[in-house]
Ligand binder design. Structure first.
Ligand SMILES: Cc1cc2nc3c(=O)[nH]c(=O)nc-3n(C[C@H](O)[C@H](O)[C@H](O)COP(=O)(O)OP(=O)(O)OC[C@H]3O[C@@H](n4cnc5c(N)ncnc54)[C@H](O)[C@@H]3O)c2cc1C
Length: 378
């Protein structure tokens, strides 16, 4: 008799691993399929750290979702005994009318989040590593911090297998579809059957979900790690996670961490590509550009480059995620288009995908992430 799973999860990046764990903890039979090795560096979830923040400039609608994530990250840390989250506070720098400032402020006011708005001089005194231009302001929030990304990814994987999930690596899914009320998934010549399938394919989603015609663009993004000349100014107690909205673009960074130096990344640009065509090395010119921006706005963190890394964003036109059910096959649910800011929400997205798959709906307020906001073809 062919084994029938309750749920098959396709793609075990941070979102698929979170979904597999959330499903397995509900006692259902879960099979996770991943084309690459565990914790690989080909997609969007690799690297040691990610930012978590609450005064959410992208939209106030994300605040309840990230607040749920804080709770779930804490529970996962307790269950696995892994250090997943460090609160450092956060500072966003920009002109008073920058979306980084106005959006974060709107979220903070709408949800009653403690925050401060500092002028350039006050920000420079509070955070001596920063050089804030006179006409800029700084929004400071207390609960932002660092997620230890690789630990988080390992924790979900461990949590899923500890609750009975089977995770298979090096297995590429070729196709999926409805099979009666259930689904079939074809992978490496095997036809697998299940009641439901969860698709979390990251930058491969344009291919895996091609028939849905989702407006997704994959972009290559850059990160540099720098060993600061003034480390004493960059420790987590003196430099929190930071976001910069400056004339040269949108950037983000972390305080000085062991083996990491100061991590500094660009958020707002990157050449369109696919996972197969992406340029995986960073040119000297790109490194020079990144360090020049760091020297201009975070001179306290300027220093020698430790390493540079590329990674992939999967962008939607409005930079909001897509979490939804397949229009023709409700037994298929998917999440993609995390647009460079999804990691912090992974436990909440995992929970929502589990509820969508098992109950056909979720109480989590994710209505604004539905695909039909794009008037998609399917
Ligand atoms: C440089 C960088 C910095 C970031 N910083 C932050 C941050 O500070 N805070 C934050 O919240 N977010 C941040 N993000 C965004 C966040 O990391 C992503 O939103 C998140 O990792 C997306 O996870 P995912 O599981 O959707 O994608 P992925 O990790 O790419 O997972 C998709 C998986 O599906 C697998 N797959 C695809 N197709 C198939 C198939 N056919 N068969 C089997 N397996 C398949 C892939 O191999 C892959 O493992 C950042 C992203 C980058 C790139």
């Amino acid at each position: 008799m062919e084994k029938r799973w309750d749920v098959i999860v396709v793609g075990l990046g941070i979102m698929g691993s979170a979904a597999a764990a959330a499903l397995a903890r509900r006692g259902v039979r879960v099979l996770g399929l991943e084309q690459h090795a565990p914790f690989h560096a080909q997609g969007s979830s690799h690297g040691k750290t990610r930012i978590i923040r609450e005064a959410y400039f992208e939209s106030p609608e994300y605040v309840p979702l990230v607040q749920r994530a804080y709770v779930l990250w804490q529970e996962l840390a307790e269950r696995t005994g892994r250090p997943l989250l460090r609160i450092t506070g956060g500072v966003s720098i920009g002109r008073p009318d920058s979306p980084f400032i106005t959006g974060a402020r709107e979220s903070a006011l709408r949800h009653g989040l403690p925050h401060e708005l500092l002028d350039a001089e006050q920000a420079g005194q509070r955070f001596p590593a920063l050089a804030v231009p006179g006409e800029f302001v700084a929004l400071v929030e207390g609960r932002a911090g660092i997620l230890f990304a690789e630990e988080c990814w390992r924790a979900f994987s461990e949590d899923a297998t500890r609750h009975g999930a089977e995770l298979r690596f090096g297995v590429a899914v070729r196709s999926f579809g409805a099979e009666g009320d259930g689904v079939f998934v074809e992978a490496d010549g095997e036809r697998l059957l299940a009641e439901r399938v969860v698709i979390t394919a990251g930058p491969w989603a344009p291919v895996v979900l091609s028939e849905l015609g989702l407006p997704l663009t994959v972009r290559r993004v850059l990160v540099v790690h720098v060993l600061p000349h003034q480390p004493e100014l960059c420790t987590p107690d003196r430099l929190p996670i930071f976001l910069l909205d400056v004339p040269e673009g949108e950037y983000y960074g972390f305080p000085l961490l062991p083996e990491q130096g100061v991590k500094f990344g660009r958020h707002d640009s990157g050449e369109p590509c696919t996972p197969e065509t992406a340029r995986r090395t960073v040119s000297n010119e790109e490194v020079r550009w990144m360090t020049s921006i760091l020297e201009r706005y975070v001179p306290g963190a300027a220093g020698s480059v430790l390493m540079s890394v590329t990674c992939l964003y999967t962008m939607t036109p409005d930079a909001h995620f897509i979490v939804d059910r397949h229009p023709r096959w409700p037994q298929v649910v998917f999440a993609c288009g995390f647009s460079g800011h999804g990691f912090k929400f992974a436990p909440t997205i995992g929970e929502a995908l589990a509820e969508l798959a098992l109950e056909g709906g979720t109480r989590l307020p994710i209505g604004f992430l539905r695909k039909d906001r794009f008037g998609t073809t399917q």
